[in-house]
Structure formats: C-alpha cells, structure tokens
Design a protein around this ligand. Structure first.
Ligand code: PFF
Length: 486
C-alpha cells in the first residue's frame, strides 16, 4: 500500500489546524456575538465552554484521527460499532459549509480587487457608489459573483491537490503568520481612530448590548450559552471531522494535548483580535452600519475604508487579503475532510491515493453548491428557499430565519444542527462506547504525559455531553424560532 504522507513538522500541523479554526467565523461572528450577548460576561462563558467542551472535543477528535491514521469516515468505521456512520455526518457538514464558504470567499477576493481599483482610481473601484450599493450590485450581478466564487473554489482545489505537506502545510505555514501580521496592522489603525473606545466598550463592557441608546432585550442564559457554544464549535472547526482528519496526519511523537490547547487558545486570541480590528473602526467611522454577518464585512468595513481616504484603500487591501487568507486556510480543511476519505479508500485498494482525481471531483461538487449560493445573492435574486418552497410568513409577517437565503439555510443545517450533534455523538462514542482510555493511550504515546487526563475523563463522559445537549437545543430554538428558551 502506498505510504500515507502527513505533516512534515509540528509547526506545519499547528498552522494548518489554527488556519482551519481561524476563518470568517472569527471575523464577523465572534466580535458581534460577544458585543450583543453580554460583552465580558459572554467572553467568560465562551472561555468556560472552550475549556469544558472545545478543548475536550479537540483532544478527542485529534486522538481518534491519529489513532486510526484515517479520515473522518474511516476513523469511526474502524473504532466504533454504534457510531460507524458518524464520519459521514462530518463529510456532509463539510460539503454544506464549503458551499457557502466558497461563495463568501469569492466576495472577499472581489473586495481585494475593489480596493485595488479604488487605490488607483480604476473603473473596477467603487465608482462613486455607496458601499451598500456596491455590495447590492455584486449580489445581483450573478455572473460576477459566480466567477469570484469559482476562483475561490479553484484556489482551494489547487492547494488540496498539492497534498498535506506540499499543499496545505506549505500554504498555512506562510499564510498564517502573514495573516497575523496584517491583523496587527489593522488593529493599530482601528484602535487609534478617534471614537474607537465606543467599539471597545461595545465588546468588553459586561451587560447586554446598548446600540443607539437602546438597551437590547437581555437574552436568557440558555440563549447566551447556545450562542457562545454554537460559535465555539464553528470557530474551532469541531464536530464535523476536520480535526479528526488533520489529526490523522500528525506524527505519533507529537504531544496531542499541548497541540489541542494551542489551537483553542490561538483561535480565541485571534477572534478577540479580529474584534479589535473591526469594532472600534465600525463605531468610529460608521456607527450606523450593520454590525454582524456578511453586511458587517462587505458594507460597514468598506464604508470605514472609504471614509479614511486613499490610505483607507491600502488598509482595505490588507484587511480583505487577510480575510481571504483566513477563508482559504479554512476551506482547504473542509475540502480535505471529503478528499481524505476517498484517498484512504483508494489507497486501501492498492490504487495509490488518487488525490488529484478526488480533489477535482469534490471541488466540482462543492463548486456547484457555491454557484447556487452565488446565484441566490443572499436572497436578492428570488431563488431563496422560501421562494422555492413557497413558505408563507407567519401572522407577524416574519419568515423563518433559515429560509431567507441559501447561505442561511446551509449555515443553519451545518452550524446549527450537524456540528453540535456530531460533537455530542463523538463524546458519547468516546465516553461511553470506546472509553476515555482509548484517548488517554493515544495522548501518552512516545513518553508524552496527559496532564489533564482526569479532567478530560470526567468532561467527556458527563459534563461535555450535557452542555452540548443545551447548546444543541439552544441552536435549534434560535434557528427555528421555537420559543423554548425565550
Ligand atoms: N472555523 C471556521 C471559521 O471560524 O470560519 C469554519 C470552519 C472551517 C468550520 C473548517 C469547520 C471546518 F471544518
């Protein structure tokens, strides 16, 4: 059988895993969720969840992958009788996330080009239009959106075709330090703007968000728990096999526990740093602009750069480039979840790993989903799920949040349901079917110590699954407006 090539160095593994974790979720999700759901209070809840669930699931996923040396599907098939099929849930989640991630990645590339156009006064800049109109035009210009989305798919595909060491590790080892450096530049500029303090207050002051003098309705504790938990799973790329897959390429000598801790800590630090880059600028220069989601990224932030004059476009290029890097380092891990499984199968049959062929097939399939999301243009073009399924508004004229556009629908199914469900089932598999010893043994290979063994064993059996049940219920409640916790 052909050798299964993994990461060349532990640094390369860490950059790839942190790259998977650091993505669009850190930039538009975390800062706003933190600001709107209690500021410092949210941060404390997030940190507790990151320790009790994030770290535990991270160690578990990395261990399952490394123990079996197989991607998500193979790992569960080898280890478990009851959860044999769990890897497929991961592949499906990865595929759905890729669909909307590539569309958004494409928009980010467009915004790098836009700011280059602005800098040189070229026709492909703002052309005197307001940011809202520029973004609106992009959403309704289906051909342009599709082209940018497919460029993003192609970049992802080319890197994954290069393999773990030659593609993913190389890209992330250079891309992640660059991302960090660019983020620091943007933070320094954002935090020194007059009025930046309002953004810092929004993010950090304990208590519920105050916007335009209006105190938002305090969310219930379960709501905050599920918002923080859902964000944490998405942000750490957990519950869908990405870390199982990356773990399967990690050398047996490396310390799993330490690596898991570094990934969780770095992802959280970069999410906070992203907040420092975005929120102060938004409050200083566009206090009325959208404060979360794609509109924060593409309308508010572009407004911020427009207001800064020529130098703003330089910051715009740096900012959107760093977002592109963050998005690519995540999308390659998503595609790798799918590709790794088929390569493993081919290798087992003695056919070589056929990586390039499978990467192209998986890339084409996710490209199709990306085209759908681009054509939909966040619901601007009349083909959103509610248009197609003929869903009627309720008595108050509201539509269910998940039906507004394909992006929200895919996000709801993957981030809202499949990821927390996948992580919950993985915990049950480790805690109650395989037993935590399976993970303990893997962590203690080659003389490594598993310092948090007792903590891990208690969490994986009792605390993490229980918390995850709440998170899952809260996510379902939020996405489908079930009113369980309001
Ligand atoms: N962690 C990424 C983000 O925060 O944007 C999203 C993600 C990437 C989720 C890779 C899952 C994954 F496998």
């Amino acid at each position: 059988m052909e050798e299964r090539k993994g990461f060349g160095t532990n640094f390369g593994f860490l950059m790839a895993a942190i790259g998977s974790a650091v993505g669009l979720g850190n930039i538009w999700g975390f800062p706003n969720k933190m600001g709107a759901s209690g500021g410092f209070t949210f941060l404390i809840i997030y940190l507790v969840l990151a320790a009790l669930c994030g770290f535990v699931v991270m160690v578990g996923e990395l261990a399952l992958g490394r123990k079996t040396g197989k991607g998500a599907v193979g790992a569960y098939q080898v280890l478990s009788k009851r959860f044999k099929w769990l890897g497929w849930l991961g592949i499906l989640s990865a595929f759905l996330i890729l669909g909307f991630y590539c569309a958004l990645g494409g928009y980010c590339i467009k915004y790098v080009v836009l700011n280059v156009g602005n800098l040189f006064g070229a026709g492909f800049g703002n052309n005197g239009l307001a940011s809202g109109d520029v973004f609106g035009n992009l959403l309704t210009n289906q051909l342009e959106s599709v082209i940018y989305g497919l460029i993003f798919v192609l970049i992802t595909l080319l890197i994954v075709m290069g393999g773990i060491g030659g593609g993913i590790e190389k890209f992330c080892s250079i891309g992640m330090p660059c991302l960090f450096f660019m983020l620091v530049i943007v933070i320094v500029r954002a935090c020194t703007l007059p009025g930046a303090a309002d953004g810092l207050k929004y993010m950090f002051v304990p208590g519920w968000a105050v916007e335009h003098g209006v105190i938002a309705k305090a969310p219930s504790f379960i709501n905050v728990l599920s918002t923080a938990g859902g964000q944490m799973f998405f942000s750490l790329s957990l519950g869908m096999g990405a870390m199982v897959t990356y773990g399967s390429y990690l050398d047996k000598k490396q310390n799993l526990e330490k690596n898991a801790l570094i990934i969780v800590v770095c992802d959280t630090i970069i999410a906070l740093m992203a907040g420092l880059a975005v929120m102060p600028a938004r409050f200083a220069l566009d206090p009325e602009g959208p404060i979360g989601g794609p509109k924060l990224l593409f309308i508010t932030m572009q407004n911020v750069f427009n207001t800064m004059g020529t130098v703003g476009y330089v910051f715009g290029i740096i900012f959107y480039l760093l977002v592109v890097l963050a998005a690519i380092s995540s999308s390659i891990s998503l595609l790798e979840v799918v590709v790794a499984h088929f390569c493993d199968k081919a290798r087992q049959k003695g056919k070589g790993d056929k990586r390039k062929v499978y990467a192209v097939i998986a890339g084409l399939a996710s490209g199709l989903l990306c085209v759908l999301v681009c054509l939909d243009g966040l619901g601007a073009n009349g083909i959103s799920p509610f248009n197609i399924l003929g869903i009627q508004p309720d008595a108050n004229g509201n539509l269910p949040g998940w039906s507004d556009c394909w992006l929200d629908f895919l996000d709801c199914v993957s981030e809202g349901i499949m990821m927390p469900l996948g992580a919950l089932l993985m915990c049950l598999c480790i805690g109650w079917e395989l037993g935590p010893k399976a993970v303990d043994d893997e962590c203690c290979l080659e003389g490594n110590a598993f310092k948090s063994k007792t903590f891990f064993n208690i969490c994986v059996k009792f605390i993490t699954p229980l918390l995850m049940l709440f998170i899952l219920a809260g996510q379902l409640d939020g996405f489908f407006g079930l009113g369980w916790f309001s």
